[in-house]
Ligand binder design. Structure first.
Ligand code: AMP
Length: 216
C-alpha cells in the first residue's frame, strides 16, 4: 500500500500518518520531519533547507526529491509507505511518479485532506511538539497533563518557529500557489480520495481505514 497524504498544513496529515503507521506498520515518511531532523543534526541538507523552512517557503525541488528517493529506497517498505507532505509541487509529483514506476512501486491512493482555513490556523497556532519524541499536542484541543511537558516521555514541549501567524500565512499562500494543483493532477490519474480534514482525528481515521481495509 503506497499512499500520498495531500492537503494544507494543519490538515491532520501527520496525525493520520502516525496513527496508520503505528497501528498497521506502514512506513511513514514525512518530508518536514526528515528536513527538521537534518536541520537539528546540521547536515548539508539541513544547512541548505533551514532558511527556506523558517520563512515558510518550499525547499528546492531537486534537493527534496533526491532526499525522498533515497529514504524510500532504504526504508522498510514491506507493508508499503505513506508520503506525508510530499510531493508538494507538480514537478516533484511527476518526478517521483517516474521514479516509483521505475522501481515498480507506484502510488495507489492519494488522500486529499480538504480543510477549512479557520481550522488550519487554530490547529497550527496552538500546536506544540515534544523536543525529544516529537509527539504532537494542542494547547486547547489536546493539552498535555502538565503544561509544556510531554505525557509520553517527559520531554519539553516547544512551538515550531514556522507556526507563527505570519509564517502560517506564507505557508498557506505557498500551498495555494504551488501544491493545490496536485489535486487535479491526481484526480486525473483516478487515484484521488477526498476526506474532510475538519473532522476529529478518530473520525478521519475510520474513513481512511474503511477505504483501505480490504488491502490492510
Ligand atoms: P511540514 O512539516 O510538512 O509543514 O513542512 C515544513 C517545511 O518543510 C515546509 O514549510 C517547507 O519549508 C519544507 N518542506 C516540507 N515538505 C516539502 C516538500 N515536499 N518540498 C519542499 N519543501 C518542503
Amino acid at each position: 500500500m503506497r499512499l500520498v497524504f495531500l492537503g494544507p498544513p494543519g490538515a491532520g496529515k501527520g496525525t493520520q500518518a502516525v496513527m496508520l503507521s503505528e497501528r498497521r506498520g506502514i512506513l511513514h515518511l514525512s518530508t518536514g520531519d526528515i528536513l527538521r531532523e537534518n536541520v537539528k543534526r546540521r547536515t548539508e541538507i539541513g544547512k541548505k533547507a533551514k532558511s527556506f523552512m523558517e520563512k515558510g517557503e518550499l525547499v528546492p525541488d531537486d534537493m527534496v526529491i533526491e532526499m525522498m528517493i533515497e529514504t524510500i529506497k532504504t526504508g522498510n517498505k514491506d507493508k508499503g509507505f505513506i508520503l506525508d507532505g510530499f510531493p508538494r509541487t507538480l514537478y516533484q509529483a511527476k518526478k517521483i511518479d517516474g521514479e516509483l514506476e521505475g522501481l515498480n512501486l507506484p502510488i495507489d491512493t492519494v488522500f486529499y485532506f480538504k480543510t477549512s482555513i479557520d481550522i488550519v490556523i487554530f490547529r497550527l497556532t496552538g500546536r506544540r511538539l515534544c523536543k525529544d519524541c516529537g509527539a504532537n499536542y494542542h494547547i486547547k484541543n489536546m493539552p498535555p497533563k502538565k503544561e509544556d511537558v510531554c505525557d509520553k516521555c517527559g520531554g519539553e514541549l516547544y512551538q515550531r518557529k514556522d507556526d507563527s501567524e505570519e509564517t502560517i500565512k506564507k505557508r498557506l499562500e505557498v500551498y495555494n500557489s504551488q501544491t493545490e494543483e496536485l489535486i487535479g493532477y491526481y484526480r486525473g490519474k483516478g487515484i484521488l480520495k477526498e476526506l474532510s480534514g475538519d473532522l476529529d482525528a478518530d473520525v478521519v481515521y475510520e474513513e481512511i481505514f474503511g477505504i483501505l481495509k480490504k488491502d490492510l
